[in-house]
Design a protein around this ligand. Structure first.
Ligand code: OOG
Ligand code: MG
Length: 262
């Protein structure tokens, strides 16, 4: 750790304010170039603590920058981990207010809910398969608090990996009988296909992202508890949206997830 406790608390308040006021800020590594990974996750943990102290429950965990398309789009090459809160959830087929957001983008994600805890180190796809209760599709709406969506990895980790809104699909499926690697995903905006991929776009198998999350938490003495909703990361590059846009994502075997931006 390179930052002291007060700086971490101040940066968490600064980034959470930017989120809640929908006002962009410059990336925090500009002013704190010495900041390390532990500082970045400590700032994110402090944002989570602030929300939970206000009664906002943590609704799930997320992996991000797990597909080559996302890494290429953002110019980075390491997955990152964050969380989503209950107030970020929107219903399938519902509306998302753009006035509450800075510069939203949508991502199609294959998600799971666990029925047993997962703890690293040494967590692998086999252990993840055994711990899955069901698979569910979702769309994540990311909204970096950084100006023009420009950041480095430590800044984005501190900013809770741009978490902003999410829409979970209405259909759940048992993992038995699904091949998450070949599962196709087609993302449509205003009726036109704008991106498509298969599950393998995420680290060869989206469950690898869950194993990486368990190993990341394990290194910090934490685990993925049973009953956790886990988002494995966008399968394609993220697509910018604005008021008036309608997004529909078709997931093979899992149904579709849609929303309207107003
Ligand atoms: C960071 C969050 C990325 C994903 O699914 O790849 C993410 C960002 O690109 O702003 O959630
Ligand atoms: Mg995402």
């Amino acid at each position: 750790m390179k930052l002291d406790a007060k700086t971490i608390a101040d940066l968490a308040a600064h980034l959470e304010d930017a989120e809640l006021k929908a006002q962009d800020v410059t990336k925090i590594t500009d002013d704190h170039p010495q900041m390390d990974w532990d500082d970045a996750y400590a700032i994110q943990d402090e944002i989570r603590r602030r929300k939970e102290a206000r009664g906002q429950r943590t609704a799930g965990l997320k992996a991000g920058l797990t597909s080559f398309a996302k890494m290429k789009q953002m110019g980075v090459e390491t997955p990152v981990f964050g969380f989503v809160s209950d107030y970020m959830a929107r219903p399938d087929g519902g509306e998302i207010k753009t006035s509450e957001l800075i510069h939203p983008k949508v991502e199609a994600e294959i998600c799971i809910v666990t029925k047993a805890p997962l703890r690293g180190p040494g967590c692998h796809v086999g252990a993840v398969l055994a711990a899955i209760d069901f698979v569910v599709p979702a769309v994540e709406i990311i909204d970096s608090r950084y100006r023009d969506f420009k950041f480095d990895l430590k800044s984005v980790v501190a900013d809770n990996t741009s978490a902003s809104r999410f829409v979970v699909g209405s259909r759940m499926r048992a993992v038995e009988g699904l091949d998450l690697r070949t599962l196709g995903v087609v993302l449509e905006k205003n009726g036109e296909i704008v991106a498509m991929a298969a599950g393998a776009a995420v680290l060869g198998n989206p469950l690898t992202a869950v194993a990486m999350l368990a190993n990341h938490l394990g290194a910090r003495g934490q685990e993925i508890p049973a009953g956790t909703f886990v988002m494995t990361g966008g399968v394609t590059e993220a697509i910018s949206v604005a008021a008036g846009d309608h997004v529909n994502v078709r997931f093979q075997d899992l149904g579709s997830v849609s929303m309207r931006f107003v």
